[in-house]
Ligand binder design. Sequence first.
Ligand SMILES: Nc1ncnc2c1ncn2[C@@H]1O[C@H](COP(=O)(O)OP(=O)(O)OP(=O)(O)O)[C@@H](O)[C@H]1O
Ligand SMILES: *[C@@H]1O[C@H](CO)[C@@H](O)[C@H](O)[C@H]1NC(C)=O
Ligand SMILES: *[C@@H]1O[C@H](CO)[C@@H](O)[C@H](O)[C@H]1NC(C)=O
Ligand SMILES: *[C@@H]1O[C@H](CO)[C@@H](O)[C@H](O)[C@H]1NC(C)=O
Ligand SMILES: [Mg+2]
Length: 377
Amino acid sequence: MDWKRERSGSPCRKLLAEAQEITGDNSMEKKAQDSRKGAPHRAVPPAVGLLFSMALMNTLLYFCLDWFFISRPRSAPSSAHCPHGHFRMGQMKNCSPWLSCEELRTEVRQLKRVGEGAVKRVFLSEWKERKVALSRLTSLEMKDDFLHGLRMLKTLQSKHVVTLLGYCEEDNTILTEYHPLGSLSNLEETLNLSKYHGVNTWQHRLQLAMNYVAIIHYLHHSPLGTLVMCDSSDLPKTLSQYLLTSNFSIVVNDLDALPLVNHSSRTFVKCGHRELHGDFVAPEQLWPYGEDMPFDDDLMPSYDEKIDIWKIPDVSSFLLGHVEGSDMVRFHLFDIHKACKSQTPAERPTAREILDTYEKVLNLLRETVMSQTREML
Ligand SMILES: Nc1ncnc2c1ncn2[C@@H]1O[C@H](COP(=O)(O)OP(=O)(O)OP(=O)(O)O)[C@@H](O)[C@H]1O
Ligand SMILES: *[C@@H]1O[C@H](CO)[C@@H](O)[C@H](O)[C@H]1NC(C)=O
Ligand SMILES: *[C@@H]1O[C@H](CO)[C@@H](O)[C@H](O)[C@H]1NC(C)=O
Ligand SMILES: *[C@@H]1O[C@H](CO)[C@@H](O)[C@H](O)[C@H]1NC(C)=O
Ligand SMILES: [Mg+2]
């Protein structure tokens, strides 16, 4: 049973067909037995055979649904991206140019507020009978961050970033695709809803952690260079910068604080101008000169993208949650997460190395579950 490793075709369809054949054969056998009513000995009572085939069907269905859910986002048709300055979302067939100020003013109807941060107030809105998210600048003081975020959104459009639908610098508005499940802060509440119980498994949650690390990898190797996700001084803040899509993957939404690191020109960054505290942020982000010396931004050393790596174990652990199997995954990620928490930034792994490890663990544990199932049968 090698189909788990296959990427193309639909091994599930084949397996299900085989399973149907088995149950089909069985009912034919049953009919045959029924027609030979007088025959005194039956090897297996038909009910037992039927139960067995149903159990087999269920097991196959379980794994096939799993395969379906995990693989689908990878092969989504909309992952073929539109040319720069265009977008496509949901069931749209063609790419459409970003909406202009005029179109934003006349075609978008603001419905209700769904979120707010320091820079933007976000409204669920309607455009041509589609749900969209309209972000408005909260205060003119934040205009620079707003424009930086917009520039990033325009340049970084990809499967990792929320889809930009239009903007109007004059009105301080940005229109993006609306994600009804909201930010990652809502993850536990969302997965607790009975209609999502089926995806509240260690497999899907590890897949989310892989999505997250893939976004960090993308930012560290972006078309603009190495970008650092600065808007992440604690776990809830970090989670609020990412959205959960309806098909259970993650996109980054808030790109307002993404400074550039350039190792060859020795350009490093500082996330904000205020003192940071706590152990969610990397140790090099803390004031290094002790309590006796008051914080002074000019004396505060700068740092590089490895601050994002330090935070990965905490975000991943939140994403893994506390379902059956979560702790088994945590156990297998122990070494790589320990390396992320190295005090020396240069000793921390890259996002690519973490992603590779996650993928290996996912495959290893799937194999284990598969062979256990085979033994049970
Ligand atoms: N496209 C969207 N679909 C659904 N909800 C969204 C969308 N965009 C934003 N939100 C909600 O609005 C919240 C605030 O958005 P965002 O992080 O962009 O604001 P901000 O002012 O830049 O935040 P910060 O204080 O981190 O700078 C998000 O955490 C999310 O809950
Ligand atoms: C997955 O979600 C994204 C974002 O909402 C959407 O664009 C895409 O069409 C979805 N893919 C599938 C297969 O549903
Ligand atoms: C999940 O739902 C149960 C009952 O349905 C409730 O008791 C619990 O508090 C919920 N947990 C979260 C994290 O929402
Ligand atoms: C980084 O700096 C080097 C040397 O100054 C320069 O050549 C290169 O273009 C810079 N890279 C980016 C992405 O800005
Ligand atoms: Mg935010």
